[in-house]
Structure formats: C-alpha cells, structure tokens
Design a binder for this molecule. Structure first.
Ligand SMILES: Cc1ncc(COP(=O)(O)O)c(C=O)c1O
Length: 308
C-alpha cells in the first residue's frame, strides 16, 4: 500500500467490539456486540475508510491528482473524500444532487473548506451519473482524475470492507449492517464465514424479494458487485421509516434511549434505523435464544448535524 495511506491507517483508533449490556437483550437471551468502526477516526469513520482505502491506493499508484465523486447534501462519503483529498494533497470534486442550499449544509461547508469543488447538478443529471461505475468511465474526465461512484461503491471498496471480518475474534451467528448502496454488505459477505447469517437493513425504500415486480434494486446492486455463488444475505426492508433520511419520533426516541443506555451515538439515516430494526426483530422473537449478533457501526455521525 502507498506510504501515505500506511501512515494514515496507523493513525486510526482501533475498532473495538463493544458488548451491549441491556436487560432487554438478556430477557430475550440474545447477545449483541457493536463493531465500532465509528471510533476509527472523527471524519473518515465507519465504512468510509474501509471503502476508500484501496481506491485511494489505486489512485495514488496510478499517479492521479484528482478524486471525483457524487452524493447528496449530507453525504458522509463526500465529506470523508474531501477530508482525505486534503490530507493526500489530491484535488477533489463532488457532484451534488439538486440546487445549492443557502447556507450550505454543515457537510458541504466542511467539504468546501477542505478544498472540494462543489458542482450542483439536476436530479436527472445525477441519475445519469449513476450509470458510471468504473474509475475511468466518466465522460470528458481528465486523464489525471479518478472517479468513484456514489457512496464509493465499487469492487475495491469491497476489498477494504472485507477486512472488518478479519478483525472479529469472537464466535458469532449473525452479522448486521445498514445498507445504502449495499457495497458494505457486499464486502462483508465476501469474507464472512458461511455459517454466519448476514442481514442488511435497507435505509431506503427498495422492492422486496417476495414482490418480484419491484424486486429489490438494492439486492440486485449487491449481487452485481459480488462474485457468483458468494455468501447468501438477506435484506430487511421494514425499517426505512418511509425512505432515505426519513425519520419519525419513535426512531428519534429509540436513538436517544440507546445513547443514554450505552453511551454510543447513532445517527438516524443508517445505524439508528438498523438498531431499531434489530431491537424490533428481537422483540418479535426473530433471533433464536443464545444467538450472538454482531452489528457494524458504520459511523456517519457528522450527518447528525442535519437533524439537530
Ligand atoms: C454511516 C453510513 N452507514 C452505512 C452506509 C451504507 O453503506 P453502503 O452504501 O455501502 O451500503 C453509509 C453510506 O455509505 C453510511 O454513510
């Protein structure tokens, strides 16, 4: 790996496994741990470092001087990209969905302060951009630029995410993760032991496997990133709370209660919805007594500023 990235990786805090001590879990006889990728770094936290790591390595190895990507006005991915770009001396460009908000969201303000050039594009142009997946696929892109699709969701991202599995040194039965593009789930699925059930909690509305007409584009997207015959996974579609970044008072109350009980912060777009879902499924008896559940805390706490 490139020297600058080795240095950056060495400066990260450890992602420990935190057991959740909660009488509710004891009552239902399940064990729950959080794999704390949120602790890695205040900005490139959670799945951001995992997904960016090998992409950055490739960009540096190829001698690229610009990183380009896309996202929404609260994008954790663009926020992290702008930050690493500044620290690696790489120019960054972010295509942002919709009109420039006035004032800028705190996420975009940070990105801009770290030197990211913000280009606001229409929703239809944004949808077009989603067609471009591979690193050189963006039309009219300079030869020195490196393109990352939305959420940094590509095969190199999977390689970084898979390393989470190597760090888990206790036996477990179920692995849970929040899904946006599904790349994080795909990376975990690629490496996890076949005896483990992988559950992805969709943070946005997707179709479901039992309604073939709307069959989940999330599941399809994940499958397209994964090699054939890879590990099975299930997508839970019941906890998106009406759609991406939609919330309600039940979700917000759950997040506050969880934080009070555990001193672990969640955010309402991904990890809050996932943990709400896990708790709800536990209450419904979805997990067998004695099961050991590990759930990945994918960070993204900077996004909380959009909700306060
Ligand atoms: C905090 C957080 N958790 C989970 C996810 C979902 O990750 P993925 O898009 O790889 O499914 C994201 C989006 O990248 C995120 O920012």
């Amino acid at each position: 790996m490139h020297g600058k990235l080795i240095q950056m990786e060495q400066s990260l805090a450890p992602s420990v496994l935190t057991p959740i001590n909660d009488p509710f879990l004891a009552k239902h006889q399940v064990n729950l741990w959080l794999k704390r990728d949120d602790l890695l770094h205040p900005i490139i936290s959670g799945n951001k470092w995992r997904k960016l790591k090998y992409n950055l390595d490739e960009a540096l190895t190829l001698g690229k001087d610009t990183l380009i990507s896309m996202g929404g006005v609260y994008s954790n991915h663009l926020h992290a990209l702008a930050y690493v770009g500044k620290h690696l001396n790489l120019k960054t460009i972010g295509f942002i969905r919709g009109e420039r908000p006035e004032p800028l969201t705190p996420t975009l303000q940070d990105a801009s302060d770290w030197g990211m050039e913000l280009r606001f594009i229409s929703r239809s142009d944004f949808r077009q951009l989603r067609q471009h997946q591979s690193r050189d696929s963006l039309p009219k892109m300079s030869a020195n630029a490196y393109w990352l699709p939305e959420g940094g969701a590509n095969r190199l991202a999977l390689k970084g995410v898979a390393e989470v599995i190597d760090e888990i040194d206790i036996p477990y039965d179920v692995l849970c993760v929040a899904c946006g593009t599904g790349a994080t789930l795909a990376g975990l699925s690629q490496r996890v032991h076949e005896s483990v059930s992988v559950l992805g909690f969709a943070s946005l509305k997707t179709g479901s496997a039992n309604k073939p007409d709307t069959y989940s584009f999330l599941a399809d997207g994940i499958q397209s990133l994964l090699a054939e015959n890879s590990h099975r996974f299930d997508i839970i579609n019941d906890y998106h709370f009406g759609g991406f970044a939609k919330t309600d008072s039940k979700l917000m109350t759950f997040i506050i209660d969880f934080e009070e009980k555990t001193e672990i912060k969640l955010e309402p777009v991904y990890t809050g919805k996932m943990l709400y879902g896990i708790y709800d499924l536990i209450a419904q008896g979805y997990f067998k007594p004695g099961q050991r559940i590990i759930t990945l805390h994918t960070g993204g706490l900077q996004g909380n500023r959009g909700f306060r």
